[in-house]
Write a protein that binds this ligand. Structure first.
Ligand SMILES: [Zn+2]
Length: 364
């Protein structure tokens, strides 16, 4: 019987430099003399994950195992659940200002916990027991309460004049939003949020609620307001806080993040002596047009999917077998991608994904 066709991947840029995709973390591991690494990856709770998200997460487990087995370090996995994603939105009829309320503020921590468990609990447990890699899931709400996060947020304000142009090269405007202490709604673009005073131990802001008018708020390392940040600013502060940990942070993201991460790396240069963490980009799963699978494009019916795209690729809950067989399929698929860096440093269409799953007997 002929062996199944591997992916036909072009020569990668790192050919001759990288033998396994985890090798890219070795230079910093040596420089820092780190014995432990923590891989950071994201978890979206606004709907069932598509296969692109699950491929990234499976890669995180397999990369952590490779760090342990190949580089001889202790490796754990820390997922961040984005409970700050908008759950509902309103527009002020008078000013046109957009207000949003997050999953955390609309549903509360228990229901957010249930969503994380429902979409990821069994899958992560299966991947963890197969790889021997331990994982934790922390919500953004919990992260932004930590003193390290809040101190790094205050430090970012100290470098604001330079930083804001790196985080928003188009306008230099980086919205910061604080939910209304009475109802939890916030201005998405922070039009009426003003910084009154900032220092290393506290920053005071004023903001406006659609229903409750103007309110003053304060951020301190030990408490105060819930801090709402835009994507790049939030990731910068999270990565700066993670860098204080004993375990060296390694950031795992889909390759669609590459352009944004270039800005994050540049943002690190705004802090004297800071070195950005090593990053590993995972293969993006693409529709026929070359756009990555996207929940919003699917909702709008603009995802341009080929008719042979299996329903489970768009919604993991449509997988017909057990979570165990889904985890095994993902492990087989991503292991195949990790056999050579050239199979990992590329994207896959859903059609090619389907071919690999079929020809490699991964359906279970
Ligand atoms: Zn309010």
């Amino acid at each position: 019987m002929p062996s199944p066709e591997p992916p036909a991947s072009p020569v990668s840029v790192t050919v001759g430099a990288v033998e396994h995709s985890i090798d890219v973390i070795r230079p910093q591991l040596r420089t820092r003399g780190a014995r432990r690494v923590a891989l950071y990856a994201g978890v979206q709770i606004n709907g069932a994950p598509h296969v692109g998200t699950n491929v990234m997460q499976t890669a995180a487990f397999l990369l952590a195992r490779a760090a342990r087995d190949r580089l001889g370090v202790e490796a754990g996995l820390r997922f961040g659940a984005l409970d700050n994603a908008p759950y509902e939105s309103r527009t002020c009829p008078r000013t046109g200002t957009r207000y949003e309320r997050s999953y955390h503020h609309a549903l509360g921590p228990d229901r957010v916990g249930n969503l994380v468990k429902r979409f990821y609990g069994d899958l992560f447990d299966a991947l963890s027991s197969a790889t021997g890699v331990r994982y934790t899931v922390d919500t953004y709400t919990a992260q932004q309460q930590l003193p390290a996060f809040r101190e790094e947020f205050l430090t970012s304000l100290a470098h604001w004049e330079r930083l804001r142009w790196v985080l928003a090269p188009g306008s230099g405007h980086v919205p910061i939003s604080f939910p209304c202490p009475q109802c939890g709604w916030l201005q998405k673009y922070g039009e009426n949020t003003r910084l009154l005073q900032a220092g290393p131990t506290a920053a005071r802001f004023t903001a406006v609620c659609l229903d409750h008018g103007r309110y003053d708020t304060e951020v301190r390392p030990d408490g105060g307001a819930y801090v709402g940040l835009t994507t790049l600013h939030r990731n910068l502060v999270k990565e700066r806080a993670a860098d204080r940990d004993d375990a060296m942070p390694v950031i795992i993201k889909g390759a669609d993040w590459a352009a944004g991460c270039r800005l994050l790396d540049e943002a690190f240069l705004c802090f004297p002596g800071a070195v950005p963490p090593p990053r590993v980009f995972t293969p993006v799963i693409l529709s026929e047009s070359g756009a990555k699978l996207s929940k919003s494009l699917m909702r709008e019916g603009k995802a341009q999917l080929t008719p042979d795209t299996a329903p489970w690729m768009l919604d993991a809950t449509a997988w017909e077998g057990t979570v165990g067989t889904y985890a095994a399929m993902l492990r087989g698929l991503v292991s195949l991608m990790l056999t050579e860096p050239r199979h990992f440093e590329r994207g896959y269409t859903t059609a090619e994904l389907g071919r690999l799953v079929r020809t490699h007997g991964l359906m279970g």
